[in-house]
Design a protein around this ligand. Structure first.
Ligand code: AMP
Length: 494
């Protein structure tokens, strides 16, 4: 039932190292309704969202009669650079996906959007997030005779929609949504509708935009993981899709269905800290402003005498600016980043990852030699980046090196769509801050406190009775049950 394009060469990894349970998807989704050049608009949107996934991308269009698909491994600019590829994607409606996979599983059959022919016609689905009961559902579906074609958790949506007894696409999708647990922002394209949906807690982002006076003089509509995906195509920001909301766009306009009981939302706080692009506005807050404000709080919480504030580029830049402004210590670019290498995290082995850090950053000796330096970065995960950077800064003659981190210590793995290694590899899960400072080789190390982080987000503190964000990577407080994980490892393992 599930179709993949026959024109691609599947690069099948012979020992297919990743079962569905090990895949952690960090991705971007994009959808467009009723615009000329829908495929080109989608490619542009995916390009603006490229920071969310660099491994592969795909687009499905609908031309009023047929669906068309193209997917490939690599960056959007590479996958969609050929004009013949774009010409083979006609239609005014489209969805697309950027994929980020963690450990080198580059199977083309795992590239989204997924497309399947159902009794009601074709349907394409693109998913950002991670389902926590995908394995459990998958086993049950396989027992019922469903044939899975990928190792992606997202494929359960397709089978749940297929076996649903409801009549309309919309009701079948809702039926599927009610059976999955986890974090998801989905865009779905049928013959008659473009739909966008966020999980009940709204862990992953999704925004709605409008392109005025598109095809037929009616509005064109856009769905994107982040608002920067709207800006690039000149779409006006309309609003965030709300947690638990299903937005349905069809020829009569936009309507909204709320299939779940409303609850306190838990948007992923790490989107603000690291993952989203700084020019995006998510949940009404500018990502850039939040990052800067974290820097201000960090300077208040952990001041230190120093000569320069130096960001670890690019992710540390806004917080370092906030820190410099609040402390009155000059902000200087003491580390220069080479933009022509990918994020170090996407490299599969520790060896390559180490090499990646050297490829990516170099020191600007003039700004470091003989100085007391405060380095500002967004997070310490394994500690690899920090260790390398500190060594480089010392080698450039720094008299003292202090490190300030714009997130609390990352002590727990993410099961909702951010790529983090297992707990045993998280430096902060293994050591206290003093030991981490020693291992990284700094004169002092401090992280923003949880309350400081919430203050930067405009709240008084982290109110245990009304927690507004998913901060499980710092607290271990997982707001969505870890069904598959607990079945395998026991209830307290995460
Ligand atoms: P590490 O070297 O393992 O400590 O990784 C920390 C660096 O990776 C930080 O400088 C972050 O900017 C970056 N980082 C943190 N989380 C992620 C993630 N989920 N995906 C990619 N990069 C990340």
């Amino acid at each position: 039932m599930l179709q993949t394009s026959s024109s691609w060469q599947d690069t099948i990894d012979p020992d297919d190292r990743h079962g569905g349970d090990e895949l952690h998807e960090e991705c971007a989704v994009f959808g467009v309704w009723n615009t000329a050049d829908a495929a080109a608009i989608t490619a542009l949107g995916l390009h603006a969202l490229q920071h969310r996934g660099q491994e592969a991308s795909g687009i499905v269009t609908f031309d009023g009669e047929r669906f068309h698909t193209h997917k490939g491994l690599g960056l959007v600019g590479d996958v969609f650079s050929d004009s013949r590829v774009m010409a083979a994607l006609p239609g005014a409606n489209a969805i697309g996906h950027d994929r980020y996979s963690t450990t080198g599983d580059t199977l083309l059959r795992n590239v989204q959007p997924l497309f399947a022919e159902f009794e009601f016609g074709g349907l394409a689905v693109a998913h950002n997030g991670n389902l926590t009961n995908a394995n459990t559902l998958r086993k049950a579906l396989i027992r019922r005779g469903c044939l899975f074609q990928s190792t992606m958790d997202s494929e359960v949506f397709i089978h749940l929609i297929a076996i649903s007894l409801y009549a309309t696409v919309e009701d079948r999708l809702i039926d599927a949504l009610k059976q999955v647990q986890g974090a998801y922002s989905l865009v779905v394209l049928s013959r008659e509708t473009l739909m966008g949906v966020r999980d009940p807690l709204g862990v992953r982002p999704l925004v709605l935009g409008r392109i005025p006076g598109s095809a037929d003089d009616a509005s064109g509509w856009v769905l994107a993981s982040e608002s920067c995906g709207l800006d690039i195509v000149g779409a006006e920001f309309v609003r965030d899709v709300e947690p638990g909301e299903l937005v349905i766009i069809d020829k009569s306009g936009v309507r909204s269905v709320r299939p779940f009981i409303p609850t306190q939302s838990r948007f992923c706080v790490f989107e603000y800290i690291y993952f989203a692009r700084p020019d995006s506005v998510l949940d009404g807050m500018s990502v850039y402003n939040v990052r800067k404000q974290i820097g201000v709080e960090l300077a208040r919480e952990s001041a230190v005498d120093a000569d320069v504030i130096v960001p670890v580029p690019d992710s540390g830049v806004p917080s370092a600016m906030g820190y410099a402004q609040a402390s009155g210590i000059p902000f200087e670019l003491g580390i220069i980043r080479n933009h022509y290498v990918g994020r170090t995290f996407i490299e599969p082995t520790d060896h390559i990852r180490n090499l990646g850090v050297r490829l990516k950053h170099s020191t600007n000796r003039t700004m470091l030699d003989g100085k007391r330096v405060v380095l500002v970065d967004d997070s310490i995960v394994r500690g690899t980046t920090s260790r390398k950077i500190v060594d480089m800064v010392r080698a450039a003659g720094a008299a003292e090196v202090h490190m300030r981190i714009s997130s609390p210590p990352t002590k727990h793995s993410c099961f909702y769509g951010i790529d983090t290694p297992e707990r045993s590899k998280l430096l902060a899960a293994q050591h206290d801050v003093a030991k981490m400072a020693e291992l990284i080789g700094v004169d002092s190390l401090a992280f923003i406190s949880l309350d400081g982080l919430y203050r930067a987000l405009g709240h008084e503190k982290r109110d245990a009775d009304r927690i507004r964000y998913c901060d499980a990577c710092f607290t271990g407080d997982y707001p969505i049950p870890l069904v598959d994980y607990e079945q395998e490892h026991g209830a307290d393992a995460a």
